[in-house]
Design a protein around this ligand. Sequence first.
Ligand code: HEC
Length: 128
Amino acid sequence: MRISQSVMRIGTVAVIAAVFAIGGIVTARADDLPAGDPVNGKRLYLADGCFECHGRAGQGGNFNYPVPALAQIALPVESFVAFLREAPNDMPSFSEQVLSNKDAADIHAFLSSLPGPRAAKDIPILNQ
Ligand code: HEC
């Protein structure tokens, strides 16, 4: 009886320790990419030429074929940065030497802050 109680106690301690350890790992990962600064992100989006293909309002454009819109970006920041590092097809890649993880996170914050397209009901000429 006594032995099984102490075994259970050790088990409980192990579970609590594991929960804290996992919490620590999650916190550390979130720290890798700090919350982005949209003002600096806008500056970089213009300075690094993203706007030339993706449009000043992130509305998308054309470069040999249609270029996707980026306003209200749905990609999580980690996937966004990974995409920039090895962009496919006609999009140029941006290495960490050219665009740091922090700067990329700032661009992501800027893109998230863009309003994206207006609903048709909010465009007067479509509602006459
Ligand atoms: C020379 C034109 C060009 C420039 C400059 C450019 N892109 Fe792109 N981008 C593209 C094209 C083309 C695609 C579509 C790639 C494909 O074929 O899948 C794309 C795709 C993307 C995507 C994926 C979007 C989606 O919905 O799939 C992201 C994110 C992106 N670009 C971000 C950026 C950022 C940030 C910059 C600036 C640092 C940038 N791009 C600069 C042409 C460009």
